[in-house]
Design a protein around this ligand. Structure first.
Ligand SMILES: *[C@@H]1O[C@H](CO)[C@@H](O)[C@H](O)[C@H]1NC(C)=O
Ligand SMILES: *[C@@H]1O[C@H](CO)[C@@H](O)[C@H](O)[C@H]1NC(C)=O
Ligand SMILES: *[C@@H]1O[C@H](CO)[C@@H](O)[C@H](O)[C@H]1NC(C)=O
Ligand SMILES: [Cu+2]
Length: 342
């Protein structure tokens, strides 16, 4: 009787601890890629990163039959994000899906374009005082000439640019985009545009906003705080950073046609990672939140389950990669992913 009780207690304990015991298990990740803040990279490292992105943009598309406006391998990532936009934002797997996208983008830069480094990130809180002077944005080129473009969010002042980027590695004439805006899939040749909004940076690129995310007790509240609490376009830190740059970056569907997207999402992923690191046992495998997004981007959700995202939920990058399960990407130094933030 006593033995039975003990074994019942033990098995209860095992069920309760469940996957949370994974982080302490040895994993196959021995030499994690170290992701650094952009401004700490050497000039040599910065040039190597730009060369790799431009290389990716010179490789032919592998899915242009699906999205005719994707002409390059760089644009394939934009096409995949565009097609999945209604299903990967404002939902439980928002952070997992974007972590997976970043890992595969970083890996492709390395495998296809010989990049030796890791995906850098952009800590925009360092540029809050004047986003127009951000050394990160300026390394990626300028703002583009002033055009009559309204504010990205009602109630904010207009941005400071709006035209085609004229300087740097992604300037007009050197870096042409073919991928059409929003949900369109037909080819539309255009430039990369930016419309830096200093007021949005001042109001939202704050340490307080980051601290608010980090102090949330569980994944559900943490991700909602990061993404905005359901009242899109509420300026959660995720939307906010897109709108600091605006222009191409402000169009959710193909926001990753802006190379800075991957640095912004690197930072968002770092915030999630920092939150996980603060309580590895409890948080490394904590995931929840609805499968069906809490705001409609114009998708058909009839094929989706009404429940929450779990560790066994499947994600894919269309024809680029997958499917994998959410549990594969929860641990950044596990058996699938292998990176850390500096
Ligand atoms: C920010 O920098 C830009 C570019 O140098 C400048 O025109 C602007 O006045 C600065 N804004 C503030 C608030 O200092
Ligand atoms: C902001 O841009 C809009 C659209 O071009 C324009 O109508 C408006 O006058 C601008 N506002 C200011 C204060 O310049
Ligand atoms: C679904 O996710 C939400 C948000 O994380 C959470 O509050 C809720 O408890 C979850 N529901 C279930 C049944 O797990
Ligand atoms: Cu996205």
């Amino acid at each position: 009787m006593i033995i039975m009780k003990i074994s019942a207690i033990v098995s209860l304990f095992l069920v309760a601890s469940g996957v949370t015991s994974h982080p302490t298990k040895p994993t196959t990740c021995k030499h994690p890629r170290i992701r650094k803040e952009w401004r700490t990279l050497t000039q040599h490292e910065k040039t190597a990163y730009f060369d790799a992105v431009l290389c990716l943009h010179s490789k032919p598309s592998i899915l242009s039959d699906l999205v005719p406006s994707s002409l390059t391998h760089f644009e394939d990532f934009v096409a995949v994000h565009k097609l999945q936009t209604p299903y990967i934002h404002l939902c439980g797997h928002f952070l997992p899906w974007h972590r997976y996208l970043l890992w595969h983008y970083e890996t492709t830069l390395r495998e296809v374009c010989g990049y030796k480094g890791a995906q850098p990130y952009w800590d925009y809180t360092l540029d809050r005082a004047n986003a127009s002077l951000s050394p990160v944005i300026l390394d990626f080129g300028d703002n583009g000439p002033k055009l009559p473009v309204g504010p990205p969010v009602p109630g904010y002042p207009n941005g400071t640019g709006g035209g085609c980027v004229q300087e740097g590695p992604f300037r007009e004439g050197k870096f042409e985009l073919h991928v059409a805006p929003r949900q369109e899939t037909e080819r539309k040749d255009r430039c990369l545009s930016r419309d830096i909004n200093n007021q949005i940076a001042w109001d939202h690129a704050t340490h307080e906003k980051v601290a608010k995310i980090l102090e949330q007790p569980d994944f559900g509240w943490m991700t909602k705080t990061a993404e905005g609490l359901g009242d899109y376009p509420n300026l959660g830190i995720h939307n906010m950073a897109h709108y600091i740059i605006s222009g191409t970056s402000g169009d959710t569907f193909d926001s990753n046609a802006e190379p800075l997207f991957y640095l912004h999402h690197g930072n968002l992923d770092r915030i999630w990672w920092t939150w996980q690191q603060a309580n590895k046992k409890k948080r490394t495998f904590d995931v929840s939140g609805k499968i069906i997004p809490w705001a409609n981007f114009g998708g058909d959700f009839s094929h989706l389950s009404k429940g929450n995202v779990t560790l066994d939920f499947e994600m894919n990058l269309g024809r680029l990669h997958g499917p994998i399960k959410v549990k594969d990407i929860m641990h950044t130094t596990g058996d699938y992913l292998c990176y850390e933030y500096e």
